[in-house]
Design a protein. Structure first.
Length: 120
């Protein structure tokens, strides 16, 4: 092997080894802050919500039905007749609020009831 080729091979090997060494070790005790997500208030539909529609503050927690950490339901007006079954189509007016009162969806804002298929 020529001297020049040997020097190039040695330099290449040293470069590779030093690049691998540069990564170093991760520290043992690193505190990573936990950031709690917050709702983007620009996505709230409160400004477009009609005055005559149900208000978040008019519904108390004891009127809500559902899991403590899940979706809760409040029926303002219960229909009459046979209760719907899974896969039935129902027509409803609804408002979806986050815990802070932010409206994320509402048929009232669209001005028309929504047709929904019940699924399990």
């Amino acid at each position: 092997m020529s001297k020049r080729l040997m020097v190039v091979a040695l330099m290449t090997t040293l470069s590779i080894l030093s690049a691998c060494q540069a990564a170093g070790k991760n520290p043992d005790n690193v505190k990573i802050p936990i950031i709690q997500p917050t709702a983007d208030t620009s996505l709230c539909h409160n400004k477009a919500y009609p005055q005559e529609a149900p208000k978040f503050e008019d519904i108390s927690a004891d009127q809500l039905v559902g899991e403590a950490d899940g979706i809760k339901i409040y029926d303002r007006v219960e229909g009459s007749g046979t209760p719907p079954k899974i896969e039935d189509m129902v027509t409803v007016n609804y408002t979806g609020w986050l815990d802070d009162g932010c409206i994320f969806d509402s048929s009232y804002s669209r001005g028309t009831a929504s047709d929904l298929i019940l699924v399990s």
